[in-house]
Ligand binder design. Structure first.
Ligand code: HEM
Length: 367
């Protein structure tokens, strides 16, 4: 951004110098010829932009020798106006028919290389995985991850590996599946019982999504904190779901793309980013005071011989050994709330919507 600002300041000065020299060297020229038809007040502000566009085109054409092919991109916007906010897999697949297995999209100031070939995907994800190990953060994800203090968006390196090692044991092993599968089944049985026993369900119907959301939170919060929510009206459940869905909305909205892709428009994002910061602060304070601190107290009350009885205890234990910081602990909780809960909820919602829209399919499957 600093680079772009310097560039446009340079061109503004250049434009002012150019017009001043013209005025000095040929005082009559600017007032005669075709210049006189365009007032200086219009030319002057536009000059830096025109010069900026021209140098961008020249820079792009000299750099493009090493870049993959791609649709023609326009100054400032790149290909953004062509692809819009609809950068989905179908559109990318159709573009790869024209431009090949590796092609380049420019979104504002960002270059995006798209790979549409199994062998090349293997190169990116596996053979050269180290090079591609870090997920790029944008302006909003910088806020929601505390500048990469989490596990998902941290930069590839020693700390990246440590965070993954610490999270694997309490979340991603067969032992965990065996240890918790009974509690998962209990939570599922409770959904079926609730639906069967509730007279209202028979007469008025039920928004199944909400009940499944409670099930999912209870499955994950039991694993994470050895805690569960009593009902959909439980005030902590209401707060947790509000915080998480607002976080997803703000992080995945198209509203801030213009400032993310075109850095010099970032000053206009100030209000949006402040909203993100405010939510982030309240959401992390909520996780900390109602769940993490509770686990710390339980562990402290058992002294040196504290028993590790849920994922958070493992993670706090790693922090007590000095492997990670308190912030890392907090951001791991943030990550799991999104990576485990929101994803699964959206997948279930999608599956339900498909069933509702294609009511005969389950029957066909069973035949
Ligand atoms: C239907 C449910 C789920 C979907 C659709 C889903 C999808 C994904 C996707 C697409 C990625 C990115 C993979 C990549 O960048 O290569 C990912 C990563 C991840 N998921 Fe899931 N996920 C689901 C459930 C879960 C659950 C239940 C957990 C935790 C218990 C979880 C934890 C994670 C974590 C920690 C990462 C980051 C891994 C890393 O960077 O090393 N996800 N998930």
């Amino acid at each position: 951004m600093a680079h772009s600002a310097t560039k446009s300041m340079f061109f503004t000065l250049l434009a002012v110098a150019f017009v001043s020299c013209m005025k000095f060297a040929c005082p009559n020229y600017l007032s005669t010829a075709r210049f006189s038809q365009l007032p200086l007040s219009i030319i002057l502000p536009l000059l830096p932009l025109i010069l900026y566009f021209l140098t961008s085109i020249v820079a792009r054409s000299s750099a493009s020798k090493n870049l993959p092919p791609g649709p023609v991109s326009y100054p400032l916007f790149g290909n953004w106006l062509q692809v819009g906010n609809d950068l989905n897999h179908r559109l990318l697949a159709s573009l790869s028919q024209t431009y090949g297995a590796v092609f380049l999209l420019k979104l504002g100031s960002k270059n995006l290389a798209v790979v549409s070939d199994p062998e090349l995907a293997n190169q990116v994800l596996h053979a050269q995985g180290v090079e591609f190990g870090s997920r790029p953060r944008n302006v909003v994800f910088d806020i929601f991850t505390g500048g990469g203090q989490d596990m998902v968006f941290t930069v590839y390196g020693e700390h990246w590996r440590k965070m993954r090692r610490i999270m694997t044991l309490p979340f991603f092993t067969n032992k965990v599946v065996n240890q918790y599968s009974n509690s998962w089944e209990q939570e599922m049985d409770l959904v079926v019982e609730d639906i069967k026993d509730n007279e209202k369900v028979r007469t008025e119907g039920i928004v199944i999504r909400k009940r499944l959301q409670l099930m999912l939170y209870n499955i994950m919060y039991r694993m994470m904190f050895d805690a569960r929510f009593q009902s959909q009206e439980d005030p902590l459940f209401v707060q947790a779901t509000r915080f998480n869905s607002e976080r997803s909305r703000l992080a995945q909205s198209f509203e801030y793309n213009y400032g993310d892709f075109i850095p010099w428009l970032r000053p206009f994002l100030r209000g949006y980013l402040n909203k993100c910061r405010d939510l982030q602060q309240r959401r992390l304070a909520f996780f900390n005071s109602y769940f993490i601190e509770e686990r710390r107290k339980t562990m402290a009350s058992n002294g040196e011989k504290h028993k590790i009885s849920c994922a958070m205890d493992h993670i706090i234990h790693a922090q007590m050994k000095g492997e990670i910081s308190e912030e890392n602990v907090l951001y791991i909780v943030e990550n799991i709330n999104v990576a485990a809960i929101e994803t699964t909820l959206w997948s279930m919602e999608w599956a339900i919507a498909e069933l509702v829209n294609h009511p005969t399919v389950p029957g066909e499957d069973q035949r």
